[in-house]
Design a binder for this molecule. Structure first.
Ligand code: ADP
Length: 841
């Protein structure tokens, strides 16, 4: 209150004239003089207003001044108001003392002295004003203090709020009943709820079903004081249904008396770390599973198992047969509960071609397929029904790509409430598929290698059996011949010896055919099969083949007939076509059960048609296409020997001619093999002639040699037995024979000889200096270069080599005596028709 401010002054007097007189005396614009005429009225006013001083008449009817003062002083609100008693002149002094005892501060004697009244009142007014001023200042100070306190509080609160809101961790204040009372933004972000939503929930509502009881226990133990705080790695469920891994810290805030007030819950998102750990663990399990076995089935099983439960509740691995790429051939399923595996298998998940789950879903696009939430995805009713039957909520399918082609698919299915697959799971599944593809490829290669080893072993056992079969009679014939030769008693007739030698020769031919086949197969496999095309007449070739089998067919009881429509001329490798027909006729006799065999040759629409029909055992339908493959046989264990190579070689030879071979057959009724090769290059040749020239590639025909008396041969051969037998045969025929063990020795020999030999018989494979090496040395020497050479080779087809070495003729081991003599004779004649060789020195 400022010094000039209006103050209230109460005047209490039962006589209005007195009261008015005082009011007149106290005439001051800053005074508000209130007059009342009784003590009771004065008490009422005092309650309503604040007065700086009360002027109170002592003598009043009903309630005198003393009584009134006593009541005023009794009241807390008015106790401090100074009272000036008004008393009549000559009043009893004791009444004055009484007034003082009651708390009055002064006296005025009536009739009042205006100046004295004003002076006394002014003192109290001044005191009142000062008191008011002090009070006001105090109030101001208090206000200022309060305001400062409030500002500091606000600042502290703002700081706290900022700390709470901006904390890197999620923080929640949770009531003792578990209800969320306050949450910061990070807490909302981690769990994907809004603040309003969280404030409606209890913390337990956010717990993963697997961790609910763990959480509840932790809170109970903290409340009971058993533990101070709790820290752990727990699962929560985000609003979108995904599981959030949380590093959780819970502590309790208590009131001053120790009464629990609220929980402070701090959450940090550990989902990423947890996923990375899970991914690493699952991938290392997969790698382990893939390393554990090279067996394909075991690998697929191990792979599916390794994905459960870290990555999926169900894992399904489908693989396809590359030959049937439209649907999976093997489906491997894993679930922690084997009964569920059975369910998944029985539900035949993903078997529909239009399914959006499993292999069918990725076959066309070759891209992964993610169904984040099954409920929200628009799935076909079949897929939706399957997934709901399995209680699946999220699915991811990735293709298994092996060397760029789809080899199957991996499907991860999750039925956990909190697990919802996302992009990261998709990447992980792709990594999984990448590793799995490598494992599957390894297992496949291993299986193929095992199969190939099995085939090889089987082939080796069949081959050794087949090779031994002709050796046995051959050895027996030779032993008998040797025995007959060594003892008088066992002497044989000339006829018997001829028969035995004939048989021995047949066995040798059989052996050499077998070896030829093996060589052919190796040539085909290495891509070295070369054909020598020339104009050839096939009808005489067919006659030759049929004639060759005459005796064998008779032995088997088969009537072998050939039907031709006349000469058929085409450009082909005649030897190879002979080989094809030979194979077919040999098979017809072998599997023909003594029934008639018909060979037919003709032309049709620009093709040569060659067929061999028998009435034998026939071939089951499912085997008819495979018998043309390597080592494939339709009669395994049927008592028929064979390598399973004849038809394979025949097919490859026919295909090399631009043709095809096929079979029609019925079991127990017989088979017809038909060869077709194009006639495009067909030429009309009046009378094809058989020559012995390397250049024309005609077969060497056996014929008797002309008599030789003075011809000389240099035989270069490393095998002593072959050297010995060829030399003695030629000498028997009147040739002079010199020999050498290799090319180097032969060159020395030539130097030593007095005159050049008429012909050189040259083996190709020899130590020190082989046939080719010898030829190049020979060609360098003007003295020897002109000597004609006949190449002798164990190769199935020595013609190309002989040509490349510029040989005048060739022989294929084993050869018959007639063949040897015929070629040596021819070459000798031809060389003698040319310039005569002079002496070497
Ligand atoms: P091999 O006769 O040495 O086993 P091939 O390649 O010549 O080998 O024949 C393959 C298979 O085809 C034979 O094992 C046999 O099962 C079947 N086959 C071939 N020709 C006939 C035929 N004329 N009649 C019945 N089966 C045959």
């Amino acid at each position: 209150m400022s010094p000039g401010m209006t103050v209230n002054i109460l005047v209490v007097d039962d006589r209005p004239e007195n009261a008015l007189a005082i009011k007149a005396v106290l005439d001051d614009p800053t005074y508000n003089v209130v007059t009342v005429s009784s003590g009771a009225e004065a008490l009422r006013r005092v309650l309503k207003q604040e007065f700086a001083v009360i002027l109170l008449d002592v003598l009043m009817p009903s309630m005198d001044g003393f009584e009134t003062a006593r009541l005023i002083f009794e009241r807390e609100a008015s106790r401090h108001i100074p009272i000036i008693f008004l008393t009549a002149l000559g009043s009893d002094v004791s009444s004055i003392y009484r007034g003082y005892r009651l708390g009055a501060v002064d006296y005025l004697i009536k009739p009042i002295e205006p100046d004295i009244v004003r002076a006394k009142v002014a003192v109290f007014v001044d005191l009142f004003r000062k008191t008011q001023q002090i009070r006001l200042q105090e109030e101001r100070l208090r206000d200022a203090e309060r305001l400062r306190g409030e500002a500091a509080l606000r600042e502290r609160e703002a700081e706290y709020e900022a700390t709470f809101e901006k904390a890197a961790a999620g923080i929640a204040h949770v009531g003792i009943d578990g209800r969320c009372l306050r949450v910061n933004q990070k807490f909302c972000d981690i769990l994907g709820f809004t603040r309003q939503e969280l404030l409606q929930l209890r913390l337990g509502d956010l717990s993963h079903e697997g961790d609910v009881s763990g959480h509840a226990n932790a809170f109970r133990h903290i409340l009971s004081g058993a533990i101070e705080s709790f820290r752990g790695e727990e699962r929560f469920v985000r609003k979108d249904g995904r599981t959030a891994w949380i590093d959780l810290t819970v502590s309790l805030l208590r009131e001053e008396g120790g009464v629990p007030k609220r929980f402070i819950v701090v959450v940090e998102d550990a989902t990423e770390r947890k996923h990375a750990e899970t991914r690493q663990r699952a991938l290392s399990h997969v790698s382990e599973a893939l390393l554990n076995s090279l067996d394909l089935d075991a690998t697929l099983k191990g792979l599916a198992r390794a994905a459960v439960p870290d990555l999926a509740d169900y894992c399904m691995v489908e693989t396809i047969d590359p030959a049937l790429p439209k649907r999976p051939v093997s489906v491997t399923v894993a679930h922690v509960d084997p009964e569920q595996e059975e369910r998944l298998r029985n539900l035949r998940l993903g078997t529909s071609a239009h399914s959006e789950i499993g292999f069918a879903a990725v076959l066309a696009t070759r891209e992964p397929r993610l169904i984040e939430g099954v409920v929200s995805a628009k799935l076909s009713s079949a897929d939706a029904a399957l997934l709901s039957a399995l209680d699946v909520r999220s699915v991811v399918t990735v293709p298994l790509k092996v060397r760029g082609t789809i080899a199957g698919a991996i499907t991860l299915l999750s039925s956990a409430i909190g697990r919802r697959y996302g992009q990261q799971d998709l990447s992980l599944a792709e990594e999984l598929s990448h590793r799995a593809a490598l494992g599957i490829e390894n297992a496949r290669l291993y299986r193929e290698a095992q199969d190939a080893i099995g085939v090889r072993d089987e082939f080796l056992s069949i081959a050794s059996h087949e090779l031994r079969t002709p050796l046995t009679p051959l050895a027996l014939q030779l032993q008998r011949l040797m025995a007959a030769h060594g003892s008088e008693r066992a002497a044989m007739s000339h006829e018997e010896v001829r028969t035995m030698l004939g048989r021995a020769r047949d066995q040798v031919s059989r052996l050499s055919r077998l070896i030829d086949r093996l060589l052919d197969v190796s040539r085909i496999s290495s891509g070295n099969l070369t054909l020598e095309f020339a104009a050839a007449e096939l009808s005489s070739m067919a006659h030759d083949v049929v004639a060759r089998f005459d005796a064998q067919a008779k032995d088997a009881g088969c009537a072998l007939r050939l039907a031709t429509t006349g000469p058929v001329v085409c450009s082909c490798d005649l030897l190879r076509m002979d080989q094809v027909l030979t194979n077919l006729v040999a098979n017809a006799i072998k599997y023909g059960r003594g029934k008639p065999i018909e060979v037919a040759l003709g032309t049709d629409h620009g093709s040569v048609i060659l067929s061999v029909r028998d009435g034998g055992i026939g071939i089951p339908e499912d085997k008819q296409s495979i018998i043309f493959e390597r080592f494939e046989r339709a009669t395994a264990g049927g008592g028929y020997g064979g390598l399973g190579l004849g038809l394979y070689i025949a097919r490859r030879l026919v295909e090399a001619h631009g043709g095809a071979i096929h079979v029609t057959s019925k079991v127990d009724e017989g088979s017809t093999f038909t060869v077709e090769i194009p006639l495009q290059r067909a030429e009309s040749v009046a009378s094809p002639t058989v020559t012995h020239d390397v250049a024309t590639d005609a077969p060497v025909k056996s014929r008797l040699p002309a008599l030789n008396t003075c011809r000389s041969v240099l035989l270069i051969e490393d095998d002593a037995d072959i050297r010995e037998s060829i030399a003695s045969l030629l000498e028997q025929e009147g040739y002079r024979v010199d020999t050498a063990c290799n090319g180097r020795e032969a060159l020395d020999r030539l130097e030593q000889l007095g005159s050049a030999p008429d012909v050189i018989l040259l083996d190709l494979m020899m130590p020190v200096l082989d046939g080719a090496g010898f030829r190049s040395e020979q060609e360098k020497s003007p003295a020897f270069a002109q000597i004609p050479v006949v190449v002798v080779s164990g190769d199935g087809n020595p013609l190309p080599k002989a040509k490349s070495l510029g040989a005048a003729g060739w022989l294929k081991k084993p050869f018959e005596a007639g063949e040897l003599l015929a070629v040596v004779d021819r070459v000798c004649r031809e060389s003698s028709a040319g310039p005569l060789h002079g002496p070497l020195h």
